[in-house]
Design a protein around this ligand. Structure first.
Ligand code: IVH
Length: 673
């Protein structure tokens, strides 16, 4: 490509294509290409832009996380004020809102649009002639903070609007953090001994108000848009049309919107969603009701702070008041001691709450929580509720302060609190609590995903001596399981199948599952894609590790220490011997995953030079094939290494296709051989 025009054309096409795939993935949740193909397009764009930096445009997908940290937030004056909503807390108040609306519009029919009130933070996105120009937080409603650099990192925010003609528009929406992301982020912070976010809303706000867009990018925020401020270039008559228009422009609009002919329908909607609120992956704190007709909205007008044509119905509070009966300490898988408040049971948003995590000593001190205190508790994004605050007026003088134990409550070993960290830890690596929690984590959904192997089963397996480390999981037999309490034949069989299935998880899951301190899910992925195999990772030096951009000195130290511990190496050796996969499916190989060895059986003979036998077998599995230990009529390929055995002769005799190691590797890459 020497012609400049050709290059510009290619760049334009790449950008358009990548943004289209962002749209498919992040807005429609319906990708049409694989991650690998997407990465390939992105890499081509990055390479071309590096070669021709003068051709980089502001709306290029590479610029989403491209900008350098800013030093301070600029103020932005909103083109039209970002108003707030009046709140209704009961269905009566909702009815009263309807009466006010009808009274102001005598004789007219009124339709309402009911929407979910997503709990995040309000933002305004300004598009000029179709291009994303800037975005701001709500601030005081008149002026907010310029967070353009961070909003660009949200992939569901289009860099350019796809509409028939270029429009200039202020789009309003709510930035939020999905629950799953929130849990992951807090888990990572817990591992690092960092302060936790109280709920997804705080996490979203904290993430959007970062000076460095790289931090925001790592937080996986999302957005639902629900309205427009100023708009030119289109005529819109109703709120439903506004939402359709926004959808057509490529924005993410919440699909759970309902056009209601009466306030009773709105109330049904509110009740339905109050029941279903835990079923969706983001928090909602109520619903928003809007008069559908924009003409009626205009005639209803606004007060100084809020429109008369809309109101928020807030779900019954998830807060309540109760008493801290005691504060106990739990030991986690990394030895972290977590203080937990035992509460006088109280019903909150439909379930009984009897404990709340207090996270660490510093939080207890800063909130001044004492045993015996009356407290306000809240159910946030986590299943575990939070103590919001103490009610000091209800103190009697009999409350007791909490002190962190100096000995581990499970094993009696010394407890330390490392300099600069908020967490206290048990120093005994073989602490039974650490082992138990470690095994529970190993089997959990985000790790090896062994369905049916929850805390109760793990405790039973430990108690009966069947398991003393994660590697023992793979020696369990039907007879072992079926004799456990409350375990039937069917569930024993299911559990065995789940254990078997977990052997073929990709390496990053295994790395995460091992529970190396400071290594969470993301770092595990980075390590797996960098090293490709457990063998290479376990031999990596400190210098090699910190040369990986995502790995800092503390993480590198922790990894080196983990693999320096003979007990860990032994467990990994055992896992490998029992058939647990130790390699990461390679990006280029997985692109071909569905076709190269689909339905084929491959046999290896002789010693391979480029792969260990296990790696080679794993690659066949990833590419859809099977491996076998012996050559037969059903064998499709025999891969021949150095000094092959009798399998080679048999393959020749049966006329089976024989591959050299290089040919095998080329096939994996999808090349012709
Ligand atoms: S409409 C003038 N619709 O609730 C009307 N707001 O005080 C402006 N919110 O933080 C708001 N979901 O960002 C509207 N579907 C929705 C909403 C919604 C969440 C937030 C909004 C603001 C607060 C309103």
């Amino acid at each position: 490509m020497s012609d400049m025009r050709e290059i510009e054309e290619r760049l334009r096409k790449l950008r358009e294509e990548i943004e289209y795939h962002n749209y498919r993935y992040y807005v429609l949740d319906d990708p049409v290409i694989s991650d690998v193909e997407y990465d390939r397009l992105m890499q081509e764009l990055i390479d071309l832009e590096e070669a021709y930096p003068e051709l980089v445009t502001a709306d290029s997908p590479t610029q989403r996380v491209g900008s350098e940290p800013i030093t301070a937030f600029e103020q932005i004056i909103h083109s039209s004020p970002m108003m707030s909503l009046t709140n209704s807390y009961s269905l009566e108040e909702l009815k009263a809102f309807d009466s006010r609306v009808r009274k102001a519009l005598p004789g007219e029919g009124v339709e309402y649009v009911a929407e979910l009130k997503v709990d995040g933070l309000a933002v305004s996105l300004t598009y000029e002639d179709g291009y994303f120009a800037r975005g701001a937080t709500r601030g005081d409603g008149t002026r907010g903070e310029d967070v353009t650099h961070n909003l660009k990192t949200i992939r569901s925010v289009p860099m350019r609007i796809r509409y028939q003609n270029p429009v200039t528009v202020d789009v309003r929406g709510e930035v939020f953090m999905p629950r799953r992301e929130f849990r992951k982020l807090n888990e990572e912070r817990r591992l690092k001994g960092e302060a936790l976010f109280a709920n997804p809303r705080n996490a979203a706000a904290g993430s959007l108000r970062q000076l460095d867009p790289r931090i925001t990018a790592s937080r996986q925020l999302d957005i639902f848009v629900y309205g427009v401020g100023n708009v030119s270039g289109v005529t819109l008559g109703t709120q439903m049309e506004v939402l359709d228009f926004l959808r057509e422009c490529g924005f993410r609009v919440n699909p759970n919107v309902k056009l209601c002919r009466s306030i009773d329908e709105v109330m049904d909607y509110a009740e339905t969603w109050n029941d279903k609120r835990e079923d969706i992956d983001y928090e909602i704190d109520g619903i928003v009701v809007k008069v559908n007709s924009l003409d009626q909205q205009a005639r209803l007008g606004s007060t100084a702070r809020s429109p008369r044509w809309a109101t928020a119905y807030k779900f019954p509070a998830k807060q309540g008041t109760t008493v801290v009966k005691d504060i106990i300490v739990q030991v986690g898988r990394t030895g972290t001691l977590t203080p937990v408040a035992l509460l006088e049971p109280i019903e909150l948003a439909g379930s009984v709450v009897s404990r709340a995590s207090l996270h660490n000593e510093d939080i207890i001190r800063s909130k001044d929580i004492r045993i015996g205190d009356a407290v306000v508790i809240e159910k946030g994004g986590d299943i575990i509720p939070e103590v919001v605050k103490v009610i000091p007026e209800r103190r009697t003088g009999n409350e007791r302060e909490f002190t962190m134990p100096t000995k581990c409550p499970e094993c009696g070993s010394d407890v330390v609190r490392p300099e600069g960290e908020v967490a206290s830890r048990c120093t005994n690596e073989t602490c039974p609590a650490q082992i138990r929690e470690g095994i529970i984590f190993f089997a959990s959904r985000d790790a090896m995903d062994i369905e049916g192997m929850g805390p109760q089963i793990v405790s039973q397996l430990l108690k009966s001596g069947l398991v003393s480390g994660v590697d023992d999981i793979y020696s369990l037999k039907f007879e072992d399981l079926v004799n456990l309490e409350r375990m039937g034949e069917k569930s024993a069989e299911n559990l065995l199948n789940a254990i078997e299935a977990s052997k073929s998880r990709p390496l990053h899951r295994l790395i995460n599952a091992l529970g190396i301190r400071l290594v969470g899910e993301r770092t595990a992925r980075d390590l797996a894609s960098h090293f490709g195999s457990m063998d290479k990772l376990s031999k990596a030096t400190y210098d090699e590790l910190i040369s990986i951009p995502e790995v800092g000195p503390k993480v590198a130290e922790s990894i080196v220490a983990f693999f320096g511990n003979p007990r860990n190496l032994e467990a990994i050796g055992n896992l490998q011997a029992k058939g647990v996969n130790m390699v990461e499916p390679r990006a280029d190989a997985s692109a071909q995953r569905t076709n190269v060895f689909t339905g084929k059986t491959v046999v290896f003979t002789g010693s391979l030079e480029r792969f260990t036998r296990k790696e080679a077998e794993a690659r066949v599995l990833e590419s859809g094939g099977k491996t076998s230990g012996s050559v037969g009529k059903k064998t499709d390929y025999v891969v021949v290494g150095k000094d092959p055995g009798s399998k080679y002769d048999k393959a020749k005799a049966l006329g089976i296709t024989i591959l050299t190691e290089e040919e095998f590797e080329r096939m994996l890459k999808g090349d012709e051989i």
